[in-house]
Design a protein. Sequence first.
Length: 289
Amino acid sequence: MTRKIYMKKQQFPNASCKSYAIEDKVFLPQWSENNDIEPAIRGLNAAKDAPLIGVLLAREGEAYMIDEPYIEAVTTGGANIRLIHYDKVAEQLDGVDGLLLVGGFFPSPREWFVPDNPELPDLAHLPPRTQAYVTAIDWASKHKLPMLGICGGMQMMAAFRGGHLAKVDTMPANKANVKAQHRGISANSYAHKIGISPHSRLFAAANTNTLMVNSVHSEMVIDVPQDKVMVTAIAPDGVIEAIEYNNYDGFALGVQWHPERMAGKGDAFAKNIYAALIEAAKKYKKAKG
């Protein structure tokens, strides 16, 4: 019999939005596929025939959690959600029609970082959340699953295909004001402009080549292999703000900012980014039959 695990909406310390936290900690670390999540709010899922988006959960101390704006961006866009924990990730992705890689604070593999940082874990010894991202991106790539990476999710997507990461603090000292722009004052406020490449999925969502975005990140993508990853947006200071996969038979987009925060404020561009994922998931679902 399926056991219901309830989610409680709350405000974590120093957070700029409310989050859903899993109340039942008994399942941790053995959360089996027989457990179901019943949210504290009604109407989390849109409809029985809507596409199913897998959303990787974050962690806050001992509990899994997910920021409310992610939930709203997906469900108000017309998709259902399957929340993915860190055990048996591939099995949980089986049956979903799209993947959302949320942002957050978790260590990237040492091999992906410039300059070398011995304090970071190597690919053979990754912590659970980082390993979950690597597994999810690998599974999605093999199954051509529509994929959207937000902030840290974008960084993982870029580095998975051979890109490299660095700390924002490694930017030249004379760009102190630029560092502040990228770290941002609040995820709920615009921070800087981006320039968008034409003929990209991102341009189709924006319908313009210059827009303002919010920004809250301490790491950044500094290079990508051009045959595998296309840079589709750049900040005025040269920081990579969006990427798309080349040679990928499907939807694979990553953005450095947090469109779900601005979507809640009515930002059309932010809404269109999530709408693009959901539309791709609908096509994926239809193709599966």
